[in-house]
Design a protein around this ligand. Sequence first.
Ligand code: CA
Length: 219
Amino acid sequence: MSGRILLIEDDADLAGMLGRVLRDEGYAVKVASDGHTGLHVALTRPFDAMIVDRGLPAVEGLDLIARLRSRGVGTPILVLSARNSTDDRVEGLDAGAEDYLTKPFELTELLARVRALQRRHLDHAEQLAVPGGLLDLSTRTVRQAAGGRVELSEREADLLGLLAARPGVVFSRADLLDRVFDDAESETVVDTYVHYCRRKLGQGVISTVRGLGYRLGGT
Ligand code: CA
């Protein structure tokens, strides 16, 4: 199987080993070594599955998962934990994780669980409603209700996907710059990509909220 996996693990040896094993299996792996970085990456890039260590510096694993879920990120998550009580497992699942694996674990079991997570993800393909159609984040296309498909660039899809995941929420330009264009410096890049999205999908796809920022249109 292949897919994009975000691995958030502060144990460098374990992260390195898991990264190699997952890449050997054909996955594209991004590693984050603390909760703060992991949260930022998870909010700004699409993944097919995440593996999250429970004990992380900066932002603790379950807190990170709860924050992702509250922001509308539905990517399936497997929690790794050194703790093995029923209460710990229940806490992990209640925080929004799909699965929970106790350290130490067998690699074959980890890989099987990741495959299971991915199948679950494929069953719920990342599709978000946008004005006039449906945005598919995995293919970066908008299937229009009127018929036809519009292809988006990675940045356009990231921007529209972020807005569509939280319809009704107004995002400031600074927030969008930080979450979608982390290597850019000027907020005008946000305006430029809003313009690109409108040109492809119509003026109403993203609304300007004067003095505040942008939100998904028509909501
Ligand atoms: Ca740890």
